[in-house]
Design a protein around this ligand. Structure first.
Ligand code: SF4
Length: 500
């Protein structure tokens, strides 16, 4: 089945004008650059639209005072890149709140015994107090590393995830890390990801990538028997088991996944990454830096792929297989054929229930573009999409996914998002936890698209079946017919109330 739709460009242009008209002149001028409507004026062959820097400005500081949904650099490093590396202890270095409130929110699944050889869902903090700010926290950090070694001796290494005060008071976490790494003969990685760096969590991803380059690669002896079909999966954080659903497919087409970054990852997987034959990037935004480095230094090519929804899975499997030649290509075709009945069953069941439903997205990383076709595979339509922390190259890639007339918003303020949703009234909104309850209170179905709303996986063929079920459960849930907004209720006559 195919889907042919065009979004309402005029309505979306008008909406942007309306929203901007409520701002003071200076703020309107700034925000205007972040809001756009996808057009086809720059058609690029078969790849579709482009969204250039002239259309949407990105990776710029949020306006102070607006409710941005962005996170900080610490969140990008600890919460995304390093946190899921399971056999290392990740110390949130600084006051207790940063680690406490971001504790285990991304549902990075892993195999292991928590507290013995895996530590992902534990929260380690140096719990900075006033005296640490005044006199420095290096001594405390040394003591914490000693305690961790005593209590959790099976850890394979540590990372020190700096929170804001560490950079402000100038602690020398590099010196402490070097000293303790020598003492315990372990990898200890200081990460300068203080929250104030950069404009969003995006710089934290970059800093975390650089820490891998500077503190892990080439530091340990790596004994590893390599093969012709070794690949690293980079930028899959195994949310709800995503990486496992992807790995099955890559192995079925004959590849060997020697590293998965960083969902369910071990330090050894990170160390041996430069020995792979190809890096497969799922989340380009958070991990392109280290892949570019591996390409320059170790000559490993990299390739982006998308395992959301059958159209993209098929295209990606073919693209990956082509890199390895006819034997793998032939296996890829067999795998695609094997899963076709599953895809047909899912589409037959859910297409009639979801066809024509309109979706608005506002997420981070890769999802504002990567899930577009997964919805379309179910007959749904993307009317608006936007990123929290994208860069220009993300918007260029987004143009290859969205249709003409799609409303595009970068680092949207809560006011803008509310107004867009209120006016468009889509059938589903996919965004974060902060957005979930206000949207549901508007009477609009919602899915939390950062951690799959306690569900998943959504990657791979197995994930597609769960994705389709979840979207159906959200949209066609009978609860939406069971209540009226309070202002729509008919007030009972005063006499009837008195008689009760
Ligand atoms: S911005 Fe600073 S204080 Fe706030 S969560 Fe991030 S690291 Fe912690």
């Amino acid at each position: 089945m195919s889907l042919d739709y065009e979004n309402d460009s005029a309505l979306h242009e008008e909406l942007i004008t309306q929203v901007l008209s409520q701002y003071p002149h200076k703020a309107a001028k700034r925000r205007q650059k972040h809001l756009s409507v996808a057009t086809d004026r720059e058609e690029v062959g078969e790849e579709g639209l482009t969204i250039s820097e002239c259309d949407v400005k990105s990776n710029i500081k949020s306006i102070p005072g607006v409710m941005t949904i962005r996170g900080c650099a610490y969140a990008g490093s600890k919460g995304v890149v390093w946190g899921p590396v399971k056999d290392m202890v990740h110390v949130s270095h600084g006051p207790v709140g940063c680690g406490q409130y971001s504790w285990s929110q991304r549902r990075n699944y892993y195999v292991g015994t928590t507290g013995v050889d895996t530590f992902v869902t534990m929260q380690f903090t140096s719990d900075f107090q006033e005296k640490d700010i005044v006199f420095g926290g290096d001594k405390k950090l040394e003591k914490i590393i000693d305690e961790i070694e005593e209590l959790f001796p099976l850890n394979k290494g540590l990372t020190i995830q700096s929170e804001c005060p560490i950079g402000l008071i100038g602690d020398d976490i590099e010196a402490v890390s070097r000293k303790k790494a020598k003492e315990y003969e372990k990898t200890i990685v200081p990460v300068r990801c203080e929250g104030f760096r950069g404009v969003s969590q995006s710089l934290g991803h970059h800093i975390a990538n650089d820490a891998i380059r500077d503190w892990v690669f080439g530091k340990a002896e790596v004994e590893f028997e390599t093969g012709a079909y070794d690949v690293n999966v980079v930028g899959d954080y195994n949310i709800g088991g995503d990486a496992w659903a992807s790995r099955i497919l890559l192995e079925e087409i004959g590849l060997r996944v020697v590293g998965n970054w960083s969902g369910d990852a071990t330090l050894a997987e990170v160390e041996r990454a430069p020995k792979a034959k190809l890096n497969l990037i799922h989340c380009y935004r958070s991990m392109n830096y280290i892949c570019r480095h591996m390409e320059e230094k170790y000559g490993i090519p990299w390739m982006e792929y998308n395992f959301f929804g059958p159209s993209q899975i098929e295209a990606s499997l073919r693209k990956i297989a082509k890199h390895f030649g006819p034997a793998i290509e032939e296996r890829a075709e067999r795998v695609i054929a094997k899963y076709q009945p599953l895809v047909d069953d899912v589409v037959d069941k859910y297409w009639p229930r979801l066809q024509g439903k309109r979706v608005m997205l506002y997420v981070g990383g890769l999802r504002p573009r990567h899930v577009v076709t997964a919805y379309e595979d179910l007959g749904m339509q993307i009317v608006g999409t936007g990123y929290e922390f994208a860069h220009n190259d993300d918007y260029q890639r987004t143009g290859h996914y969205v249709k003409k007339g799609t409303l595009i918003y970068d680092d949207a303020t809560s006011y803008e998002l509310d107004k867009f949703i209120e006016r468009i009234r889509p059938d589903l909104v996919g965004s974060g936890i902060k957005e979930k309850y206000p949207v549901q209170k508007m009477g609009i179905p919602f899915r939390q698209m950062h951690s799959w709303d306690y569900s998943g996986p959504y990657h791979g063929y197995d994930g597609f079946a769960i994705f389709a079920r979840d979207m159906d459960l959200a949209i066609n849930n009978p609860v939406w017919d069971l209540y009226d907004a309070p202002w729509k209720k008919v007030r009972a006559p005063a006499a009837a109330v008195a008689a009760e």
